[in-house]
Each structure stands twice: as structure tokens, then as C-alpha cells.
Design a protein around this ligand. Structure first.
Ligand SMILES: Cc1cc2nc3c(=O)[nH]c(=O)nc-3n(C[C@H](O)[C@H](O)[C@H](O)COP(=O)(O)OP(=O)(O)OC[C@H]3O[C@@H](n4cnc5c(N)ncnc54)[C@H](O)[C@@H]3O)c2cc1C
Length: 591
């Protein structure tokens, strides 16, 4: 088979990913530097468009609020693993982030006197936990859709160059003065199977999350963590990978998300006896406790036999006391999901719900300028990451609802600005002539393989083991079981083949490559989860139930080594990084 055609381009700023973070960065970079955005999806199909509930900002439009309260809530919500300098930036810059979007044309819901309306969300409180506060700006339950459309329209207005349905599969690092520096990314074009090398002075990763390592998930099929996986394979560290959020209210058995906005608007969780059980777990803010606490409480109700339904394996989200007009106006999409997918009428019947894999708190470590780190504090010049693929860390051990749409806007903007600043004086790092070779051998290996294993089978087995062993509850034993299974799947992955051997629109081939990233990230998640022998935020170890601040108030930093793995996970080194504390010493977390 002949080698695929390879095209070359030169840009100042290359952005990988056209979700909220990537496009917000592009709006900042585009007017000042030659900028390309490369995306495996058409931009408006990115997962940001599925976000429902809202975006946090202490505007104080409907009741008193302050960025300091928002910072505190973010730190406490993240179970004190949040870097507090970053959380301060997130909260302080939130107001401008909302105004930026409004100026770009985003149609937020309004109060009767014309201000941007705000609603309640889990863990967002007035005056350090006294009562829930209305902090989330929203556009019905389609806030992410509106953000994504607004950002895309503004990118088009600015003439930003997009390369859509281009899959970035490698980051090229070139040795300069004894140091590995990013010089380009290599992309596979879906329509043709041709390869494209994009040289950039600054390269920004904004590739989103990796919820597809789990079976029950709110995440789109495309969230396979490619960007995080590419960085990992370069030997760069990943931070806090054990912290994966399970959103309390996925449609039972399906995982499709019902936004926390349902509880923000007054929805109540009940067990099989009809009891509002969150009163027992979080007496002050009840159903609006942070997600880790609610997910844990729900799983516990089911374990103790108070689950609803024929198999007693879910709880109920009750909206029946809300006036139908409120449901129609504020929660139209998610109530339609309940009707369509479960045949339940939310006006009159409670909706079956159970936790669903939702959000990666961990990812590519960066500083507050969105610069990627090669260890605890050394920057990789010219390399940036923002959005769900990055770990700044503003979410610590558990993200508060509506803080991610905020994160992608604040740190997407910062990444774009920093990338432009760097590109102003930096020179292009030379790209080797054989820059595309690694990708060529990766795809040719899959294409030519006559193996007997099927991608869909392996993916399903991976997702099953992660749901069983690394979900809300974890133990040393369950995590070792996951690691053993992943090692087995890795071996079998060497023996996969795809049916489609063609060049055009070969999604078969790409799914095989995406599965490789899923296997890598699942392994890092299982290993760091095993090494963190405490419970904190979304990470619940049944064999180490207490939070251990003395030993574990630190971020994990995992590195891929060349050490041959005698036991599964042996080839991964886990280091630790101090948490940045400015104002808030860790306290017991009560709500
Ligand atoms: C159902 C749902 C509801 C949510 N609701 C809320 C909410 O109400 N409030 C809130 O704050 N958060 C919410 N979240 C979380 C939030 O939406 C996401 O964390 C955030 O939108 C991620 O944005 P992003 O720009 O980082 O990534 P994404 O929007 O996922 O974009 C990733 C981009 O990377 C590109 N990409 C990926 N891999 C490659 C590759 N190999 N090559 C080229 N391009 C690639 C994709 O094409 C895409 O353009 C929700 C999430 C889900 C799943």
C-alpha cells in the first residue's frame, strides 16, 4: 500500500479542538496571530453544545453575591484539592466572561427588569455555606448549545480558519538545545485519509473529556480523550486522573443527563419510601449538596435497599410539585428526554435516576496561564491546554455544577492570549521531514492487521470493568481487577482488525485508534485511584473511608515510563504535587 499523501502548513497558533475552550481561545488569538483550529467534529457538534444547566458567575443580579463566596464554594466543593490561586481567578474573571458572551450575542434568560437571570446549583452558596445562592447564568436548559453557537458565529465573523473532521493523532516534539519542544501536530483527514502536519509556534490542546472509558455516561460517543492520550504518550504527566465525577441524575439505565438545574429549580430526590433522603446527608442545602455527596448518598440508598423500581436499583427525581409552566420554560429539553427515553411524564410522575460518569477533574497539568507543565512546575514553552482536557486545577476532587462552562471561557481566553503573546517573539521550532511517520505506522498497523479481535467488543469489556470496579465505590481489590482486565485488553488490542480497509470516511479505523487512547487513560485512572489511599471528593475508597490531609492533600502526577511492566500499571510512575492554598485551610466538609 502506498504511503498516504502528507500536506504541510505553517501557523502562529494551532488550536486542537473546537468546543467551548478551543473556540474561546481562537477568538482571542485569531485577530492577532495566524490561527488554525483543527477539530475532529464539526465545531457545533462539540460536547459543549450538550451542556444544559448554566454557567456560574457572581453577578449578584437577583440576590447578593461575591467572587469571594464563589471561590470558597469552589474550594470546599473540590474537597480542598483545588489550587486556590486558580479558583480566585476563575471566580473573579467569571463576571467578565459572562459579559464577553453577552456582547457576542448570547441570548441569556432575563429577569423581568431585563438583567441576566440566575438560578441555584449544587454547592453554590451565600456567605460560606449559609444557604443556596442564585449564581448560575443560563439559557433555558440549553446553555452550552447557546455558548457553542455564539462562539462559532463569532469565529466565523473573525474569519478564523477551521479544519473540520481532521483527527489530530500526534504531537511532534523536536529537540532544541537539549530540550524537547512542541513543533507541530499531525492530523488525519476523515474524508480522504490524507495526513496534515500543522506547524505552530504555539499549540493549544482543547480536546475535551474522556467519559467513554465508562459504560454509563452522559458523555458523547466522541469523548475518547485523544488529546490527553497524545500528551500522555509523549511522556508528559497527567494530574489528578483518579478524580472522575459521577453526576447524580443520569436517566436510570441509560446515563443520559438530567441537568442539576432540575434540582436548582426545586426538584427533589426521593427513595422508594418517598423520603427526601438528602435531608439526612446534607441538612442545610439538601438536594443542592455538591455532586460527589449526592451521588454517594444515592448509591448508598440503593445499597441499603431503599432503591426504587422492580430491581430497587435507582432513586426518583420528583418534579411533580413544580408548575408545568416552570418546567416548560426552564427545563424543556431534559423533561423531553424523560418522556422520550423512559416514557415518563415529569409533570405527574417522578423520573428514575442514577449516577452517570460525567466529568474529568484531572487531565493535562497547566499553570494559570494555561501553559502545560512537564513536571510539578516546569513549563513546556509553546504548549497550552484548556477546558476539560486540562487540570489547572480549579475543580480539585469534585467540580461544582456550572463551573466547567465557566472554566472553558476563562481559561480558553487565557490560553488564547498567552499563545499569542508567546508567538509574538518565538520562532518556529523545526519540524523533522518524517514528522508524520509515527501516525502513518499507527494507522497502517490497524489497517493491515488480520487479527481476530473486534474494537466494539474490547471497548464494551473496558467500559464494563470500569463501571464495575472504578465507579462511585472503589477498593484496592476492585482497582487491581480493573488493572488486570485493562492489561488483558491491551494484549488483545494488539490483535484487532477493522473491516473497512479504505481511505475515505474510515470511522472504523478511527474508532480503533480512539480505543487505544481510552485504554491508556483508563489505566492511568485505575492506577492513580489505587495509589490514593484515602477518600476525597469524587474518589471514594471503601477501604480508606476518611480524607487524609496529612498524606494526601496533594495532586497526583502520573508519568508513563519505559520500564517494562511486570505487573499491570508498573510502567506508570506516580508523583505528588503540593496544593496551592491561599485563604482556606481544609475543614470538615458539611453542608
Ligand atoms: C450532557 C452534559 C451536560 C453538561 N452540562 C453542563 C452545565 O450545565 N454547566 C457546566 O458548567 N458544564 C456542563 N457540562 C460539562 C461541560 O459541558 C464540558 O466540560 C465542557 O463543555 C467541555 O468543553 P471543551 O471545550 O473542553 O470540550 P468539548 O466541548 O468536548 O470539545 C472538544 C473538542 O475537541 C475536538 N477533538 C477531540 N479530539 C480531537 C482530535 N483527536 N483531533 C481533533 N479534534 C479533537 C472535538 O472535535 C471538539 O471540538 C456538561 C457536560 C455534559 C456531557
Amino acid at each position: 500500500m502506498s504511503k498516504p499523501k502528507v500536506h504541510h502548513y505553517e501557523y502562529d497558533v494551532v488550536i486542537v479542538g473546537a468546543g467551548g475552550a478551543g473556540m474561546r481561545a481562537a477568538i482571542e488569538a485569531g485577530p492577532h496571530a495566524k490561527t488554525a483550529v483543527i477539530s475532529k467534529l464539526f465545531p457545533t457538534r462539540s460536547h459543549t453544545g450538550a451542556a444544559q444547566g448554566g454557567m456560574a458567575a457572581a453577578l449578584g443580579n437577583v440576590e447578593e453575591d461575591s467572587w469571594e463566596w464563589h471561590t470558597f464554594d469552589t474550594v470546599k466543593g473540590g474537597d480542598y484539592l483545588v489550587d486556590q490561586d486558580a479558583a480566585e481567578i476563575l471566580a473573579k474573571e467569571s463576571v467578565q466572561a459572562v459579559i464577553d458572551l453577552e456582547n457576542m450575542g448570547l441570548p441569556f434568560n432575563r429577569t423581568p427588569d431585563g438583567k441576566i437571570d440566575q438560578r441555584r446549583f449544587g454547592g453554590h452558596t451565600r456567605d460560606h455555606g449559609k444557604a443556596p445562592v442564585r449564581r448560575s447564568c443560563y439559557a433555558a436548559d440549553r446553555t452550552g448549545h447557546m455558548i457553542l453557537q455564539t462562539l462559532y458565529q463569532n469565529c466565523v465573523k473573525l474569519g478564523i480558519e477551521f479544519y473540520n473532521e481532521f483527527y489530530v493523532l500526534d504531537l511532534v516534539m523536536t529537540k532544541v538545545d537539549g530540550e524537547e519542544r512542541p513543533s507541530a501536530v499531525v492530523a488525519y483527514e476523515l474524508a480522504t485519509g490524507e495526513l496534515h502536519v500543522f506547524q505552530g509556534k504555539s499549540i493549544i490542546f482543547a480536546t475535551g473529556g474522556f467519559g467513554k472509558i465508562f459504560k454509563t455516561t452522559s458523555n458523547a460517543h466522541t469523548l475518547t480523550g485523544d488529546g490527553v492520550g497524545i500528551i500522555w504518550r509523549k511522556g508528559l504527566p497527567l494530574e489528578d486522573m483518579e478524580f472522575y465525577q459521577f453526576h447524580p441524575t443520569g436517566l436510570a439505565g441509560l446515563g443520559i443527563l438530567l441537568s442539576e438545574a432540575a434540582r436548582g429549580e426545586g426538584g427533589i430526590l426521593r427513595n422508594s419510601t418517598g423520603e427526601r433522603f438528602m435531608e439526612r446527608y446534607a441538612p442545610t442545602i439538601k438536594d443542592l449538596a455538591p455532586r460527589d455527596m449526592v451521588a454517594r448518598a444515592m448509591a448508598n440508598e440503593v445499597r441499603e435497599g431503599r432503591g426504587a423500581g422492580p430491581n430497587k436499583d435507582y432513586v426518583l427525581l420528583d418534579l411533580t410539585h413544580l408548575p408545568p409552566e416552570v418546567i416548560d420554560e426552564k427545563l424543556p429539553d431534559i423533561t423531553e428526554f424523560a418522556r422520550t427515553y423512559l416514557g415518563v411524564e415529569p409533570y405527574t410522575e417522578p423520573v428514575p435516576v442514577f449516577p452517570t460518569a460525567h466529568y474529568a477533574m484531572g487531565g493535562i497539568p497547566t499553570n494559570v496561564q494555561a501553559e502545560v507543565l512537564r513536571d510539578n512546575d516546569t513549563v513546556v514553552p509553546g504548549l497550552y491546554a484548556a477546558g476539560e482536557c486540562a487540570c489547572v486545577s480549579v475543580h480539585g476532587a469534585n467540580r461544582l455544577g456550572t463551573n466547567s462552562l465557566l472554566d472553558i471561557n476563562v481559561f480558553g481566553k487565557r490560553a488564547g492570549a498567552a499563545a499569542v503573546e508567546y508567538a509574538k517573539t518565538a520562532k518556529h521550532v523545526p519540524v523533522p521531514a518524517n514528522a508524520a511517520d509515527e501516525v502513518i505506522s499507527m494507522i497502517e498497523k490497524v489497517r493491515k492487521s488480520k487479527g481476530t479481535e473486534k474494537v466494539a467488543v474490547l471497548r464494551k469489556e473496558l467500559q464494563d470493568t470500569m463501571d464495575k470496579n472504578a465507579q462511585v465505590y472503589r477498593t484496592e481489590e476492585s482497582l487491581n481487577e480493573a488493572l488486570d482486565k485493562i492489561a488483558e485488553l491491551r494484549e488483545r488490542y494488539e490483535n484487532i482488525s477493522v473491516q473497512d480497509k479504505g481511505q475515505r470516511f474510515n470511522t472504523d479505523l478511527l474508532e480503533a485508534i480512539e480505543l487505544g487512547f481510552l485504554l491508556d487513560l483508563a489505566e492511568v485512572l485505575a492506577l492513580t485511584s489505587r495509589e490514593r489511599r484515602e477518600s476525597r471528593g469524587a474518589h471514594l475508597r471503601e477501604d480508606f473511608l476518611a480524607r487524609d490531609d496529612e498524606k494526601f492533600m496533594v495532586h497526583s502526577m502520573a508519568y508513563l515510563t519505559d520500564k517494562p511492566a511486570k505487573k499491570p500499571g508498573d510502567n506508570i510512575k506516580v508523583g505528588w504535587k503540593p496544593v496551592i492554598v491561599t485563604n482556606y485551610q481544609p475543614m470538615e466538609r458539611k453542608y
